[in-house]
Design a protein around this ligand. Sequence first.
Ligand SMILES: Cc1ncc(COP(=O)(O)O)c(C=O)c1O
Length: 439
Amino acid sequence: MHKFPTFSLTPCKTMLQTIPSTMKAQDKDRVSCYFTKVGRNANLERLQYNYLFPEISERELRHIKKYPNAKVISLGIGDTTEPIPEIIASSMANYARSLSTPQGYKGYGAEQGNKDLRKAVAETFYKDMGIKDSEVFISDGSQCDISRLQMLFGSNVSIAVQDPSFPAYIDTGVITGQTGDYEKGSGRYQNIAYMECGPENNFFPDLPKTDRTDIIFFCSPNNPTGHASSREQLEQLVEFAQQNGSIIVYDSAYAVYITDGPRSIYEIPGARKVAIEVSSFSKIAGFTGVRLGWTVVPKELVYSNGFPVINDFNRIVCTCFNGASNIAQAGGLACLSSDGFKAVLSNVNYYKENAEILMNTFTSLGLRVYGGVNAPYVWVHFPGSNSWDVFNEILEKTHIITVPGSGFGPGGREFIRVTAFSHRENILEASERLRSFLS
Ligand SMILES: Cc1ncc(COP(=O)(O)O)c(C=O)c1O
């Protein structure tokens, strides 16, 4: 029989006494009395700072402690606020209730997702683009699928990201071991191609000057800039990937907010051979808590040895996931019914109106504002400023939470991101406070 070793706990007291009083609470928790012999994952050690959004939540909590009577308005993290339409919520409730009956009970479903939902996603979002339901994998959200894709690619690939970009691409790249160390001066990790996207290049990278990488993460409309790439821009991107033999991971989580321009990379001829698309019900239907998304992997997308990527993705999904919640999938199907889709689009339009109010507010104050038209994010330029300073000043003076642009990469250092995901009365009050503070 295995015999466990015995431990001495004597160093504890001495060790705890040496914890500096300035150490943050969560770091103190990390210092336990007993150490295992397991080394920390070196890739995680490379990660800088907290993940952006928990850091902002922490600052919000500290602010509330400092000003307990202030009404804090959060235009920060970008979580949806409006209720899920009744037709969709009741379909989930009915499904959940039926699980309590012998006829309605269901256990595991297909790892790739409910066949009807895969079909509905293909028909609703990829009509006339040649995407088959067998190429759609239903997930528990696109952020989870970004991580699964990173597991699929492994540590030996090189990656490119828009700068600024949604932090998950870089952070999962670091965790997977695709990057080198973080360089404090530049605010960048080694071995990542940062594709600068700012007002000077109409938020589209200078591709002829971009290094070749295996994988190109590309988000449109981009979070945080709110810029939706035009057809011509996406044609250039697909051509760039074709020339370099790269794979684009196209994040279309906000595509439903686009009024004019392509909503999917597969609208671009040739994309099936070079692109995977990740997407989500989170910002379409307020499913940020319900958790439902999808990933499209076309059959024609193959590795350098001719092996289909879809076969490996299927393997990853079967091994590491086991399928999305059947209740959430019932909700997804209701979203894509004709009445359900009308109802979710009404919420999308509500957020778009919020974005317009915010854009008008900042514009009337003489600031340069981007995004907002085809996206629920407004990207505000404060030339020459540091975005964390702007974040702190706005919070201190108006009790409004925003997001400092530098949290999305060094390209965001002079910007703040303001979300349109909020109740209308908060948007109106925030506009008033901003007008009196900034005018
Ligand atoms: C660009 C982008 N991709 C993916 C996600 C994650 O979405 P999900 O809720 O589907 O995981 C977000 C969430 O904010 C996002 O902004």
